[in-house]
Design a protein around this ligand. Structure first.
Ligand SMILES: Nc1ncnc2c1ncn2[C@@H]1O[C@H](COP(=O)(O)OP(=O)(O)OP(=O)(O)O)[C@@H](O)[C@H]1O
Ligand SMILES: [Mg+2]
Length: 325
């Protein structure tokens, strides 16, 4: 028996208090977790902030009647929310990233040679179902809709049949959880920005509980920057978050202000980009001595170079307005 299987067979589920785990206050609401973290448990990110979207996911996790479909713009924190929830509960997470050539056997497993013998190696879906882990299928809207619909019976709670392993029938463990993340809600991409996403089969989508994860509110992003980059002055951190908010508005084309910089930006400002901007701004501080503004220099490297010439000019004009000095 491989070490992986030994470790998963030894998992010991325990009840935890959801309030204590996520907010430090006793709530009386029980949530299942495991006694200790294992090799499949994500590392706790000490800077992670459980914000409003987390509530829906925690409620789902406590008593999931259906699998969960988290959708929202890039870098809004979908995958990290799943990982950090699992990390707090010592839950094993099995992650897969969807793509158009992903096939069902990639999720279930395959035969391989171990110690000179052919052994069936369970794939992420089989492991999560058999031992009570969380399967996180990222970018589920990149899956070929026919492959995705092949998951329908599993999503309904039916056992998984593994014909290759002598027809083994894997009953879903009571602690098995299935969460998917995507940039679209599965009904196709209205923005044209998420290339490769496919409109998914309606019967497949109908099986999920949905949760939208937008960018965190300004106060959470300010807190995140403070925790992650305390060396940046508070006023700079606040302006960075305000800048990200303005870029998001321009991206949505929602700015009715006649003084607006451009009709629409084709790039947006994710939480991921915000963290990168803060990080690069600190690292490029020595450029000040050469008369280069680290904020502007870092902005191009964090986002600007991805934008068109016109949008980049608009981004720099916006920086000038928000950071006049
Ligand atoms: N609430 C948060 N607290 C701390 N960090 C966060 C939070 N939300 C997002 N982040 C950080 O933002 C980055 C992007 O998050 P993540 O990868 O989860 O986004 P995503 O929504 O899955 O993006 P994509 O759609 O591109 O896969 C990560 O570095 C993550 O740690
Ligand atoms: Mg993700």
């Amino acid at each position: 028996m491989s070490n992986t299987i030994k470790e998963l067979e030894a998992l010991k589920a325990i009840e935890m208090d959801a309030g204590e785990v996520f907010s430090g206050k006793t709530s009386g609401c029980k949530i299942i977790g495991y006694e200790k973290p294992g090799s499949f448990t994500p590392e706790v990110d000490k800077n992670y902030i459980f914000h409003d979207s987390s509530r829906d996911v925690v409620v789902w996790f406590i008593a999931p009647s259906d699998p969960l479909y988290l959708f929202g713009p890039t870098g809004s924190g979908k995958t990290s929310l799943i990982r950090q929830l699992a990390a707090k509960l010592n839950y094993p997470v099995f992650e897969i990233t969807g793509h158009s050539r992903l096939e069902f056997p990639d999720m279930i497993g395959h035969f391989s040679v171990e110690n000179g013998n052919m052994q069936f190696q369970y794939g992420p879906l089989a492991l999560a179902m058999k031992y009570g882990g969380l399967l996180c299928l990222n970018e589920i809207d990149l899956l070929d809709p026919a492959t995705a619909a092949g998951l329908n019976t599993i999503l309904d709670g039916a056992p998984l049949c593994v014909p290759e392993n002598n027809g083994e029938l894997i009953k879903p463990h009571p602690n098995f959880r299935f969460a998917a993340t995507a940039n679209t809600n599965g009904a196709s991409d209205e923005t044209g920005l998420y290339q490769g996403t496919l409109r998914q089969n309606l019967a497949f989508l109908d099986r999920f509980t949905l949760c939208e994860v937008g960018y965190p509110e300004a106060k959470f992003e300010e807190q995140l920057l403070e925790q992650s980059y305390p060396d940046l002055p508070e006023s700079i951190r606040e302006k960075m978050v305000a800048f990200a908010g303005e870029v998001r508005k321009l991206f949505m084309g929602a700015d009715e202000n006649p003084d607006k910089l451009t009709d629409r930006l084709e790039v947006t400002f994710s939480t991921r980009t915000l963290l990168r901007w803060a990080d690069l701004t600190l690292r490029f501080q020595p450029l000040m001595s050469q008369g280069v503004k680290p904020i502007n220099y870092a902005l191009d490297r964090a986002l600007g170079y991805r934008a068109s010439r016109e949008s980049r000019a608009a981004l720099h004009e916006l920086v000038q307005r928000i950071f006049p000095k």
